[in-house]
Structure formats: structure tokens, C-alpha cells
Write a protein that binds this ligand. Structure first.
Ligand SMILES: C[S@@+](CC[C@H](N)C(=O)[O-])C[C@H]1O[C@@H](n2cnc3c(N)ncnc32)[C@H](O)[C@@H]1O
Length: 430
């Protein structure tokens, strides 16, 4: 789209700036990289008439609609800062009894234009409208697509601490004291429940970081024994401190030298590669102690006595507890938020909790929020309450009055943009 030279002046305080006009025309007036988070809900395809020339949603086909929403996405991408986020609440539509999968098509179109999709959030409406349908399931949720320009770690603003929720379940509140089971107790439990336990010997497991992509697969092989969804790791019973560790390593090295075998030869005998060397290292911090089964094999090979056997071979199972964050948990991607009604508006408005959660997490305190389909201005109202600046775009002049009332705007002049369509109509009139 051709850039318009007369760009607007960005808001300087938390009174929402309203741009009245068509979404693309108005976006065109916003400077590059000036918005921190966009949150919006456009009219859904073929659902409602917003009684305005140029409104979105009444396209002939879902494809035309998807194309438009994706095109608007391009402009939003331009006005977002590099660390900016875009939350798009977009519902689906049926056509000839066939669910069109419009949100998915929009998401794919946006990804093809370089967006990264971070979440497909489910907004579940516990108070959804009763539906007359009797030959399929009632629709009870809508997606909220969460896009960023750059998905790399710490490349976009996301403040999880602002939106953590309370730990609720007993499991979540449980103290962090680890549960310990002896090997016998663990085996008994395993047999009693007739459970298949994931291998703890590293089978089917190719290291913590798979290939060179450094995808963290989580627990070490020892921690991969699962009973009832709980992770137990087989650990040495006695904790070996640094002094004891160096003592054992010295002891091992003396016996290896006495026997006249190299670490490489031990590796070959045990079927390892670059492992045994760590058991004899003089820089103790880079060393590691052999596993119980390796200890016993070494004992056979190097003929040492029982001195450290107990320490090196006695094991028990320790329940792995994921430490819960003291400030609460990540709210997850299933948001249960009741729908809201507004007597002034005859269209679906955001429940305030929806933009609130998004703005708190994704807009820094001195940032700017954008809602390009503002409707009744819920996003502006919430932004103001959260002391963030905001820009609201809305095509229908009737709704501007609702926005002003809800956002308590008495003074600020708003920008009105005459759309191309209106210009064309005026020219035709003459
Ligand atoms: C679903 S409503 C948004 C409701 C809003 N989230 C709220 O909380 O009130 C969609 C809005 O988009 C507006 N709209 C439709 N076509 C538009 C266009 N081309 N440019 C700007 N706004 C448009 C409609 O007038 C309507 O107010």
C-alpha cells in the first residue's frame, strides 16, 4: 500500500486516540514500528451487518475475507515494533453446513507473510449462548491467535509475571519435599500396579540435547522412570561432596595406573566412547563418577577393594518435583472468560479480561496498544485503566460515540479519514 505522508502524531498520554475510518486507510497514517501490541476482533465472515459502507465481513467468499484479514495483518506488521505482538480473536463460519476453518486459513496466510504464530489460544465461553443445533455440537469457544514478528527467545516483549494465576490443585500446592522410595519399594509399587516403566537405562534416548539442534528433551536418562505420570530418578543414596569425589577419583586412578590400562582401553571394553576418561580426571570439576554398574565392572577389571562400594552402588528412587513458581503459574492457552454484554452495542464486545490479560503481558508501561476494529472501545477502556496509551480505529461513526463514553474522552479531537469509497461516491454524485 502506498504510504501516506501525513502521519498522525502518536498519543502522549493514556487517553485513547480514535481514528475514524476504514482500517487500512487509518493504519496507513500510523508511523512504522510505533505500536507495542495490537489486539482486536474483526467482524467475522458472513455473520453480522455493521451497517457501514466499506465494512469487513460481507465478502462473497471466505477466501476473499481471509485475503483481506491477511492484508490488514501486513499493515499491522509494519506499525508494530520489532518486539511487538498481535492478538487476533477471529471466529469461524459455516457455509453450506461446512465449517470453513477461517482462523486456520488466516493463520497460514499470516505465517506465509512472515509472522510467527506463538499460540492458538482457546477462549472458552462458560456462558455461551444456548444453541438450537441438534445435529452437531454447540460451538463454545473461539480462537485468539497470538502472532509475533520475531519469535526468537527474548526478541518480543512478554511479561509472564504480570499475568500469573494462583496454583489451585493440591498437586500444585504440594510442598517441595521429595518423596524417596528404596529400589525394592519402587519395584514393588511397579509390580503391584503392573506398570510399564519407561527405561531408565537410556534406551530410546539419545542424550539431553537431540542432534545438534539443542532441543532440550528434559530429564536425564535416570529421571525417565515414570509411575502414574510421576517422574522418579534413580539416584545415589549418599550425596558425594567434592572432597569425597576427588578422593574416589584418586583411588580409581591409582588402581588404573597399577593395572596399566588406559581410559581409552576401558572405554573399548565397556563399549563407551569418551566416557571413562571422566572417571580419572585430575581437574575434579570436569570429572564424573561411574554409575553403580560401571563401578562393579571397574572393580572386576582393576581389582580394588570394597572401601567405596556402599557409597558408589547404593541407590534409591527420588520423586522429581517440578518446582512451582512462587508467584503463580502460567495461565495456559485455554482461557475461560464469560462473554460480556453492553447495552449500547448490538455486536459482540470483548469481555474486559481478554484485552486486560494481553495488554498486561505484552505492552510495557510506556507502550502503545492498537485495536484496529475497536467497536465499543473495550481495548481503549482497559488500556486506559492499565495506564497504557492506545489507538483505536473504527469505521462506524455511531460507535465512536460509545467509545468516547466508555473511555471517558471529553476533550481530545479525533482524526476522521474520508475513505476512498466515500470519495468515489462523492465524485459520482457530481
Ligand atoms: C466485533 S466488532 C469489535 C468489538 C470490540 N472488540 C469491542 O470490544 O467492542 C468489529 C468492529 O469492526 C468495525 N469494522 C468493520 N469493518 C471495518 C473497517 N473496514 N474498518 C474499520 N472498522 C471496521 C465494525 O464497525 C465493528 O465495530
Amino acid at each position: 500500500m502506498k504510504r501516506n505522508n501525513d502521519l498522525i502524531e502518536l498519543p502522549r498520554n493514556e487517553i485513547p486516540l480514535i481514528l475514524q475510518g476504514d482500517v487500512l486507510e487509518c493504519l496507513n497514517k500510523i508511523p512504522d514500528k510505533s505500536i507495542n501490541v495490537a489486539v482486536t476482533s474483526p467482524p467475522y465472515w458472513n455473520l453480522r451487518d455493521y451497517e457501514t459502507e466499506g465494512q469487513i465481513g460481507l465478502e462473497e467468499t471466505p477466501e476473499e475475507y481471509v485475503k483481506k484479514i491477511v492484508e490488514i495483518g501486513n499493515e499491522i506488521k509494519r506499525v508494530l515494533t520489532d518486539g511487538g505482538c498481535y492478538f487476533l480473536n477471529i471466529g469461524d463460519s459455516y457455509y453450506n453446513s461446512d465449517l470453513q476453518m477461517i482462523p486456520a486459513k488466516v493463520a497460514i496466510g499470516m505465517q506465509q507473510n512472515g509472522w510467527k504464530l506463538r499460540n492458538n489460544i482457546i477462549w472458552h465461553k462458560p456462558n455461551h449462548m444456548p444453541s438450537p443445533v441438534s445435529n452437531r455440537f454447540t460451538t463454545t469457544w473461539e480462537p485468539v491467535l497470538f502472532f509475533v514478528k520475531n519469535g526468537a527467545f527474548r526478541k518480543y516483549y512478554f511479561n509472564l509475571d504480570e499475568i500469573r494465576t494462583e496454583h489451585k490443585t493440591k498437586e500444585e500446592k504440594k510442598s517441595n519435599l521429595p518423596e524417596i522410595l528404596s529400589v525394592e519399594e519402587f519395584d514393588k509399587l511397579k509390580n503391584k500396579l503392573n506398570l510399564k516403566v519407561a527405561p531408565s537405562n537410556g534406551e530410546n534416548y539419545s542424550g539431553k540435547f537431540k542432534d545438534t539442534k539443542r532441543i532440550n528433551l528434559g530429564a536425564s536418562p535416570g529421571a525417565r522412570s515414570v509411575v502414574h505420570g510421576e517422574y522418579y530418578s534413580l539416584q545415589r543414596k549418599r550425596e558425594v561432596d567434592e572432597d569425597l569425589k576427588s578422593e574416589i577419583i584418586d583411588y580409581l586412578r591409582i588402581h588404573r595406573v597399577k593395572k596399566g590400562v588406559s581410559a581409552k582401553e576401558i572405554d573399548e571394553k565397556f563399549g563407551y566412547k569418551d566416557t571413562a576418561g571422566h572417571w580419572f580426571r585430575t581437574d575434579y570439576s570436569g570429572s564424573s563418577l561411574p554409575k553403580p554398574e560401571d563401578w562393579l565392572k571397574l572393580k572386576d577389571l582393576l581389582n580394588f577393594d570394597d572401601k567405596y562400594d556402599k557409597i558408589m552402588t547404593e541407590q534409591h528412587y527420588v520423586l522429581q518435583i517440578v518446582k512451582h513458581h512462587p508467584n503463580g503459574k502460567n495461565p495456559g492457552d485455554m482461557w475461560e472468560i464469560p462473554t460480556a454484554k453492553l447495552k449500547d452495542a448490538h455486536f459482540a464486545v470483548f469481555p474486559e479480561e481478554l484485552p486486560r490479560r494481553i495488554i498486561k503481558a505484552c505492552c510495557p508501561i510506556d507502550g502503545i496498544v492498537l485495536d484496529p476494529f475497536a467497536g465499543s472501545g473495550t481495548t481503549g477502556k482497559v488500556s486506559r485503566e492499565l495506564h497504557r496509551k492506545s489507538i483505536l480505529i473504527e469505521i462506524n461513526p455511531k460507535y465512536i460515540e460509545i467509545i468516547k463514553k466508555r473511555c471517558k474522552i471529553h476533550t481530545r479531537p479525533l482524526h476522521t479519514f474520508v475513505t476512498n469509497q466515500e470519495l468515489a461516491m462523492n465524485e459520482n454524485d457530481e
